[in-house]
Design a binder for this molecule. Structure first.
Ligand code: CKP
Ligand code: MG
Length: 307
């Protein structure tokens, strides 16, 4: 189960500056919904809660999520659905621009979080993006965490710091209370330093996060793989080597792989291996989530000779 903002995305299929014009592909983006799709494709049950506009883009994002097997609990709002413009500046480097102020997703509020739905979830996954959208979305996330903690669900947090939405000081102030109440935290090294400013190495960062409350911290290291400290036990997961096309969505894919295996009752080694595989699928295909695998496809990258 996850709470957040789903956006419509206009993405350039070919590399080059958008300012020169391009034929754009219309699709769906959003960190929380990316995770929900990834979990659903691996056979897990996934629910997304949020607000979308009463517009065509709102229709599109909900249809797409439902087509991916994600249960949607959506409030429709007269404000527009958010939009993300994705430029492929070079063949390996994407740039994003948000159009997400005064939008439906930014008007999410605590009363949009249905108690019985959150209380029935095994895992609540949240990210640092939703609280960055404003007071209402931040309260909605806090409400979801309250309900999940009360129900004994696992609370998973991906720090997902977005400098386009807020600054580090605001992020730290808002996210630390959520982090302290989470069971499992995912972060890149820079994101982890928001919580543990004096630490540097992945081991220290994960230890520092666990000292704040969570039982588990997974430091995502991109091409270097991941380092995890789970219930006091260390794990090192190498990345699955692939040719990189587009890194956007890789973090969400990693989280989806991990959570799908957690939901399936698999041990940490398997969770981290599937997480790395999903990260590899995400970076080796275009689109934030489109290239994610079904369970039967995991074997396609589960060897090392297809770089
Ligand atoms: O951290 P990731 O690259 O995995 O996240 C990508 C997503 O939600 C992307 O889909 C975009 O819409 C966003 O993060 C965002 O709001 O930045
Ligand atoms: Mg991320």
């Amino acid at each position: 189960m996850t709470v957040g903002e789903v956006l419509a995305v206009l993405a350039a299929p070919d590399p080059g500056p958008l300012a020169l014009g391009a034929g754009l592909r219309l699709g769906l983006a959003g960190a929380e919904s990316n995770v929900a799709v990834g979990v659903s494709r691996l056979g897990g049950s996934a629910t997304w809660i949020g607000r979308v506009g009463e517009d065509e883009l709102g229709e599109l994002v909900l249809r797409e999520l439902r087509a991916e097997g994600v249960t949607t609990v959506a409030v429709r709002d007269p404000a527009p659905t958010s939009l993300l413009l994705k430029e492929r500046r070079t063949s390996t480097h994407s740039r994003t621009r948000y159009y997400r102020t005064h939008t439906a997703g930014s008007r999410l509020s605590a009363k949009d979080i249905p108690e019985h739905i959150v209380a029935s979830a095994a895992v609540l996954h949240i990210t640092g993006i939703t609280p960055a959208l404003g007071e209402g979305p931040a309260q909605a996330v806090t409400r979801a965490v309250d309900l999940a903690v009360e129900a004994g669900a696992t609370v998973s947090l991906d720090i997902n710091f977005r400098s386009l939405l807020w600054n580090e000081a605001d992020a730290r102030r808002t996210l630390l209370p959520l982090l302290r109440r989470s069971d499992l935290v995912f972060a890149g090294p820079h994101e982890a330093r928001l919580a543990v400013p004096d630490a540097d190495e992945p081991e220290e960062l994960a230890r520092g996060i666990c000292d704040l409350g969570p039982d588990g911290a997974v430091i995502k290291l991109g091409a270097e793989g991941a380092y995890a400290l789970l219930d006091g036990q260390e794990y090192r997961q190498p990345a699955v080597p692939v040719r990189v096309h587009d890194t956007v969505g890789a973090g969400d894919a990693f989280v989806a792989g991990y959570l799908a295996e957690l939901l399936a009752g698999e041990p940490p080694e398997r969770r981290l291996r599937t997480a790395a595989l999903l990260g590899a699928f995400a970076v080796s295909t275009t689109g934030d989530w489109e290239g994610l695998p079904r369970r039967s496809e995991l074997g396609l990258l589960d060897h090392h000779d297809d770089i």
